[in-house]
Design a binder for this molecule. Sequence first.
Ligand code: B12
Length: 432
Amino acid sequence: MRSLVITLAGHLLLCFTPEGLCQGCAVSKDERPLVRDLQKKMIYSVDPGAPPNPSILLALRLAQDHNKKTEQDMLNKLSQDAVKRAASSFSSGQVALHILAQQASCSDPRRVSASGSTINLVQLLEQKLEKELQNIAIHDNPLTSFYQLSLDVLALCQLNGCLSPANASALLSPDDKKYYLGGQFSVDTAAVAVLAQVCLLTTGQPLPPKVSEKIRQNVQWLVNKMLEKKASDGLIGNIYSTGLAMQALSVSSSYLKPRAWSCPQTLSRVLVAIRQDAFKNPMAASQILPSLENRSYLDVSRLNCSMDPDNLPLSTPRPAPPTSHPPSIRVMYTAADGVNHTFSDSIQVTVPQGSVFFKVMVVAQKRDPRKFSFTYTQSSWGPYITSVRGLKADNNQRTYWQLLSNGVPLNQGAGDYIVSNGERLEVRFSTY
Ligand code: B12
């Protein structure tokens, strides 16, 4: 196919094909090694002991370069995990991500087989979404979050599952309670809600005019709110929401005023962050990768797996250099109940330089278990703190344990955030 391509500073700006205009931006040829490195990091990060992560396979499938064997192995593991966990421990959004990963691998999510059993993930998601809606009716709050509800609508839309566009448009309509977390507009949630609703507008049966008008209004509101969160350097929300925001904005160009957003500017800012290793966390890498390839989660049904090149050879990852004994640093650590104000305790903790927040919590717990004991669950992003001093986070009450440094909420988790000498760290029971 012939196309005319216009670039600025090596980034794709506009392209014209015989079919018309295709707009978007992707990394240049020179920057491609950065994308391949991210892919390899995601592949090497896979922990054989942990549940496989559908977001990683989804991102690898949306990439231009492939390692077919790795992707096939991941798909097999995901199918085994889905069959095992279908009955109990899946949240609705996890099922949705599994569906998208299967679909992106040209495997039918309605027939996922492993260990002699076959399950229908689309039907399972329909049931999970029903339970979410019941929880909203009772508690005025989903079982999970509007981020996951948006993933649910996106996956059911892509698979032509049982979903009324009118109900979906009401579910994802503008409402601060849905799109704000801890007083902050959640760009991540808005981005997935945009992808889901653009899917409703462009896939399947034509919609009744009133429904499509309502969906368009929803998308316009979300796009405007996301653009309000755009900083002068191109970031949208924070560095970890920018990838999803890029996906959303690139599929909603008809909702953008001229020059409202410069994709190449945002892409350049993201590439700086990649070079600074901001995407070490494989989940973060998986969410940024599609936008580097000018792809979005709406592309999962358009992939032609038989055309994939097998061009991403893997070498054995280099073992980390032996760490010399790092010097110690001291930080102040506080655990506080910021909701009912029943306790606020501080302790000075000594840890090796380069330690993460989680290490501080472990040391504090060891020194004074009565005040600093805590529990966590292992999530796709790493350890998620679920309780401190016996006080548990509760989704129906919209409470959680917030992480802060010098009074400012962190944009990384306890397993990733590297602490510095003299820092005041805090876990604060909060509402969102
Ligand atoms: C909803 C949400 C929350 C909710 C979770 C509860 C709920 N009602 O679902 C609340 C508001 C409580 C929350 C808290 C935090 N979050 Co949050 N959260 C999200 C969001 C929007 C969606 C997550 C989701 O549902 N994924 C889909 C499901 C299917 O995947 P899952 O893995 O099963 O999801 C679970 C985990 O992701 C976990 N979770 C949510 N946030 C975080 C953050 C970390 C670091 C970890 C380990 C786990 C975790 O809760 C999810 C539901 O059980 C993401 C956005 C994104 N881009 O992914 C941000 C996001 C993951 N959160 C983020 C952060 C930083 C946090 C906090 C550390 C903020 C803080 N300063 O305290 C805390 C976690 C502290 C802790 N206790 O360990 C960042 C992580 C970036 C990074 N590089 O690590 C993200 C990407 C947002 C962003 N753009 O900054 N979060």
